[in-house]
Write a protein that binds this ligand. Structure first.
Ligand SMILES: Nc1nc(=O)c2c([nH]1)NC[C@@H]1CN(c3ccc(C(=O)N[C@@H](CCC(=O)O)C(=O)O)cc3)C=[N+]21
Ligand SMILES: [Mg+2]
Length: 283
């Protein structure tokens, strides 16, 4: 039997809890959290993501502002805008939507976000805290996946977790979080030889490669937990993951759907970290 890891449902549960908490804050006159999202250029794909975030913030009941800039904005101007948000004590979280236009130095932009307002956990200082085992802010997708696995009481200790993809956003931070839970972790990527032989050993398989339905049943061990981070549009314009869901489903013990799996969890963790920052009130 296969159990669907229902990210949408868990995300709604957590958002409801956060909503209740915000009602209490309002009652006692506490300043409500505020998230600032910066978008450079207009990707329609990121527009969906931005709308989902806006709706979540609205539902939970805190402030969210979106600052949109044209794709040809200079890096200096963008850094200046980020600095304004850094200095604004009513702003608890800053998120700069990635990817940035090619002419920009992404690393330089991310470093300019005050680490205490970095709700994505992408600042090298926060990545460093994570690496030494005392995370302060977590990248939202790996954090969302860990929360999902935890809610379904999936034990990670001693299990072989295989991650496909080594990005700073998903693969690398994911490997650290799994290590902290005493999993044995293998990180694979586009240059990995014998990928299939390695994924076949996975008790927990996390896939974040951006390749439409690449992971088919032959990559998967019987009874594996399969987490699909992919979000691709297929030729019919339908949203599909990196895992061939129908093919892999009967082999998996647990599996995330796309949509309705990892995506809503990512959004929810972003909300939680924004509230957490306001709670700390260290600005
Ligand atoms: N600084 C930064 N942080 C990010 O976390 C970040 C980013 N930049 N750039 C873009 C990607 C993409 N991303 C998504 C998260 C959730 C959904 C989501 O909610 N997906 C829903 C619905 C999607 C749909 O219906 O189109 C689902 O999977 O069920 C989508 C996309 C965060 N990203
Ligand atoms: Mg999803």
């Amino acid at each position: 039997m296969t159990i669907v890891l229902d990210g949408k449902k868990i995300a709604e549960e957590i958002q409801r809890e956060l909503h209740e908490e915000m009602k209490d804050w309002k009652k006692c006159g506490k300043r409500l959290p505020k998230l600032a999202v910066i978008i450079v250029g207009d990707h329609t794909a990121s527009q969906v993501y931005v709308n989902n975030k806006e709706n979540a913030a609205k539902y939970i009941g805190f402030h969210s502002i979106v600052k949109e800039f044209p794709k040809d904005i200079t890096e200096e101007k963008l850094l200046c805008e980020i600095d304004k948000l850094n200095q604004d004590s009513t702003v608890d979280g800053i998120l700069v939507q990635l990817p940035l236009p090619l002419h920009m130095d992404e690393e330089r932009v991310l470093v300019s976000i005050g680490p205490e307002k970095d709700v994505d956990g992408f600042h090298p200082l926060n990545m460093g805290h994570l690496l030494v085992g005392h995370p302060e802010k977590l990248p939202c997708t790996p954090y969302g996946i860990m929360t999902l696995l935890d809610r379904y009481q999936i034990d990670l200790e001693g299990k072989h977790a295989v991650i496909v993809g080594r990005s700073n956003i998903v693969g690398k931070p994911m490997s650290q979080l799994l290590l902290h839970q005493n999993a044995t972790v293998t990180v694979t990527h586009s240059k990995t030889k014998n990928l299939k032989e390695i994924t076949q050993q996975a008790d927990i398989l996390i896939v974040a490669i951006g390749q439409c339905e690449m992971i088919t049943a032959d990559f998967v061990k019987d009874g594996a937990v399969v987490v699909d981070v992919g979000m691709n549009r297929n030729s019919e314009g339908k949203l599909v993951g990196d895992v061939a869901y129908d093919d892999v489903f009967p082999k998996a013990s647990f599996i995330t759907p796309v949509p309705g799996g990892v995506g809503p969890m990512t959004i929810t963790m972003l909300m939680e970290q924004t509230i957490n920052n306001a709670r700390i009130g260290d600005r």
